[in-house]
Design a protein around this ligand. Structure first.
Ligand code: SDX
Length: 435
């Protein structure tokens, strides 16, 4: 049996320490014993942006960035995207196993019967300007649900947690659709319990005066696949926000709003919207080489490319690319796809991107599909947040039931002033640095 330990020598004292290695990690707390004397606080680890820090033990999602592997609860994303519905995958993420038919029937019933939102949500949305960004409306409205379900603050109660997870997974499509309808000035459409999760979402988005909405089955399935691909991605920025805020025992609505706020950033879930704006800016295939040149000169990043973990092709991007072709067979080819394909072709051959292991990520093609389906770029990150709510809740639920977890409170390396004498306002000279 290999000796799973690490022996380090502190050259300041000549003392050696042997630290246990478990799951390819050392406990950073084991560094605290390394001191130069009894007054010394002891060593900490310093890891800005947590590039090499495991914050938790999780069994939800596994990623192998070098081999381009993504599995939810051990099932390859390719298999789930081909054989499952999004709600089936949401069940898998939250509860850890694929549902039996009886479990699936109950799960679908519960989610379906929690799609309605309190009528007060409409009044809240009416307070937003017509051109308010849907992500700002979405985050605010999800947070506002906290005021409707005060029992949700009892996060230690498994049954209460389960009920809130039904509500959040059920209501986020309704909230998203209501945000879209508000921005278009259209009346809100109530959920239709006869429809699938994605079919109902399309109904609430696009039904106008027809008595019953009938979803295009190709688009309905494409959306379901996109939701599966976006459902979770281990300890990404927004999942970290979910775990950190949730560790304070904040209710799941405010916690989910915090996670959605992280997702809104252009380096995270906001990238899909940024990709479309980038493709609009490029304008044509002929302009791609000049744009690539600007990227290599450091003027901007190639949105939808690169990933903190994947140093190979994002497996989700491959499936999205396949899905895009199916969508365009139904909607007509989107010229932006041609620009995107040319951008990818050139980038994958260019040393700048190859050396940095920059490949298309999940956001590179998803926006093109959403636009072909009729969504405006402002809605793209909301489209990401809907399925990711299931992943955030799976991470949140796991964190709350992990005996090792407690309120997240990192340390710091202090680089500020040492103690200094206070100078009263009247005695502070003009030489003080202007702020
Ligand atoms: C998502 O974490 C997740 O799992 C997220 C996500 C999920 O499902 O939750 O997968 C979803 O957020 C996908 C990523 C979407 N974001 C984008 O497409 C925005 C563009 N991508 C980059 O901003 C960047 O690639 C990140 C933020 C995704 C990753 O950044 P890292 O890991 O911090 O990498 P880095 O910035 O250290 O880059 C290493 C080098 C740098 O160059 P040098 O300083 O070494 O010269 O690569 C360069 C970067 O400048 N680089 C890029 C680039 N991404 C990195 N150069 C041009 N274009 C890019 N897109």
């Amino acid at each position: 049996m290999a000796n799973n330990t690490l022996t380090v020598t502190d050259n300041r004292t000549g003392t050696s320490y042997t630290l246990p290695i478990e799951h390819g990690t050392i406990r950073t707390m084991d560094l605290r014993q390394i001191k130069t004397g009894p007054e010394d606080f002891g060593l900490m680890g310093y890891d800005p942006a947590f590039t090499n820090t495991a914050s938790c033990r999780s069994s939800v999602t596994y990623i192998d960035g070098d081999r381009g592997i993504l599995r939810y609860r051990g099932y390859p994303i390719e298999v789930l995207a081909e054989h499952c519905s999004f709600l089936e995958v949401a069940y898998l993420l939250v509860w850890g196993e694929l549902p039996t038919q009886a479990q699936m029937n109950d799960w679908v019933y519960q989610i379906t019967h929690h799609t309605m939102v309190h009528e007060t949500v409409k009044k809240l949305l009416e307070g937003f300007r017509y051109n308010a960004h849907p992500m700002g409306m979405f985050v605010s409205t999800v947070a506002a649900l906290s005021t409707l379900y005060p029992e949700a603050k009892h996060v230690e109660d498994a049954e209460i947690r389960k009920h809130q997870m039904f509500r959040l997974i059920g209501k986020v499509p309704t909230i998203a659709a209501y945000c879209y309808r508000h921005s278009k000035g259209y009346p809100y459409v109530y959920p239709d319990n006869d429809l699938s999760y994605t079919g109902n979402f399309m109904n609430m988005l696009w039904r106008m005066m027809e008595p019953k909405y009938v979803a295009n089955p190709v688009l309905e399935r494409a959306l379901d696949i996109l939701f599966i691909l976006h459902a979770d991605h281990e300890q990404n920025c927004s999942a970290n926000a979910m775990r950190s805020v949730g560790s304070a025992l904040t209710d799941p609505y405010l916690t989910t709003a915090a996670a959605a706020s992280a997702l809104a950033g252009p380096l995270h879930g906001g990238a899909n919207e940024a990709v479309l704006r980038m493709l609009d800016e490029i304008g044509s295939k002929q302009n791609v080489p000049a744009y690539i040149k600007r990227i290599k000169e450091g003027h901007s990043k190639l949105m939808g490319f690169g990933h903190r973990v994947y140093k190979n092709y994002d497996p989700r991007a491959k499936i999205i690319k396949w899905t895009a072709e199916r969508v365009f067979e139904a909607t007509g080819r989107n010229t932006k796809l041609d620009i995107a394909l040319e951008l990818e072709r050139i980038a994958l051959e260019d040393e700048y991107f190859v050396k940095r292991k920059l490949y298309p990520n999940v956001d590179f093609y998803s926006g093109i599909i959403y636009q072909a389906m009729g969504f405006l770029p402002e809605m793209f990150t909301v489209m990401f947040a809907i399925p990711r709510t299931a992943g955030w809740l799976a991470q949140w639920n796991e964190m709350l039931t992990d005996p090792e977890q407690k309120i997240a409170r990192p340390r710091q390396v202090y680089t500020g002033e040492q103690e200094r004498a206070f100078v009263p306002l009247e005695k502070r000279g003009a030489v003080a640095t202007a702020r």
